[in-house]
Write a protein that binds this ligand. Structure first.
Ligand code: NAP
Length: 296
């Protein structure tokens, strides 16, 4: 699979997201390993985590697998996130769900993530959500210090608007190498509201979360889109989900989709999206169906 360089680290063009890891019937280390090996068989080496996934349990599921099969650690890149405190698990005592981008919290969160995932470093750390109380100088210095310590190889953000991004970047030595945003045929506003243009202008790789709308793409409310996906899937001899991912890959900003299926048979097909070549009119056919009207 093609690689993308984000700062000093190389990632696979498509990442595998572990948000739903704990929702699977089988969460054993062996089954997590089977999923990772299905990813690796296609050259998909980038795993996307967050401290909060599974109510602060998903990182430990990956850690259980890496303890049982430590040789896998050098074959993958681990992305994780911090900054959301929900009143569950280790933060059960929190009074209210909130964000914390203070230096002590970020640093403590990374230490915990390293322990949970049985690793000495994280390849990419993201601030999960923009925090209205973020002190950009403090947050930026904490991220710089984590890179300097070697515990984190690169840093970025998630769900930031361009103004949040430039605010944090203005106080940092290190480059923020990505903004992980929601992007799909069911959430396409970033194509026109400046979020993608901002990243494209700066040659910053966008990561796209929920590229299938978390499965909603295949719901009856999106019948028009699924019809077009079906036609293009047949023409390209792939699954409709591969065409939906190819729709993101076709964008010149070189988007990295983060796919979240728990099913091994679907994981085995993820790489097929890279084989699909959508023409301009195919792209607009899907966009038209997603908009529910032709472009002006
Ligand atoms: P997704 O790939 O859009 O959706 C996956 C879901 O769709 C699964 O529940 C899957 O069910 C279902 N699905 C239904 N039909 C499918 C098909 N034909 N092919 C594949 N899946 C199908 O992504 P996601 O899980 O919502 O999110 C992906 C990753 O993005 C997460 O794991 C996480 O790493 C990241 N994320 C980040 C943020 C953020 O704020 N930064 C927010 C949300 C997610 P099955 O499991 O049964 O296949």
């Amino acid at each position: 699979m093609e690689r993308l360089n984000l700062g000093p680290v190389s990632f696979s063009h498509i990442a595998y997201g572990m948000w739903r890891l704990g929702d699977d019937r089988d969460t054993s280390p062996a089954h997590v390993q089977a999923k990772i090996e299905a990813c690796l068989a296609q050259g998909l080496t980038t795993l996307d985590q967050a401290d909060i996934y599974g109510g602060y349990t998903a990182e430990a599921l990956l850690g259980g697998c890496l303890r049982a099969a430590p040789h896998l650690r050098d074959k993958v890149e681990i992305v994780t996130k911090c900054g959301i405190i929900a009143p569950v698990g280790r933060h059960a005592a929190a009074q209210v769900k909130h964000y914390d981008t203070t230096a002590p919290h970020i640093i403590q969160s990374v230490e915990t993530s390293l322990k949970e995932m049985a690793t000495g470093h994280v390849d990419l750390l993201l601030i999960h959500r923009p925090d209205p109380l973020m002190d950009h100088a403090e947050t930026g210095a904490a991220l710089d210090a984590l890179v300097a310590s070697g515990k984190v190889r690169a840093v970025g953000v998630s769900n930031f608007m361009p103004h949040d991004f430039t605010l944090l970047q203005s106080a940092m030595r290190e480059r923020l190498v990505t903004n992980q945003i929601e992007l799909s045929l069911v959430h396409h506003l970033p194509f026109t509201n400046g979020e993608l243009a901002f990243l494209q202008e700066r040659a910053i790789t966008p990561m796209a979360w929920s590229p299938l709308g978390g499965g909603r793409l295949f719901g009856s409310e999106n019948a028009g889109v699924t019809e077009s996906l079906g036609r293009l899937a047949k023409a390209n001899d792939v699954a409709p989900s591969s065409v939906a991912v190819a729709w993101l890959l076709a964008h010149p900003a070189r988007i990295m989709p983060v796919i979240g299926t728990n099913r091994i048979e679907r994981i085995r097909q993820i790489g097929e999206a890279l084989k699909v070549r959508l023409g301009r009119q195919d792209w607009f056919e899907l966009y038209t169906a997603a908009l529910g009207r032709e472009v002006a």
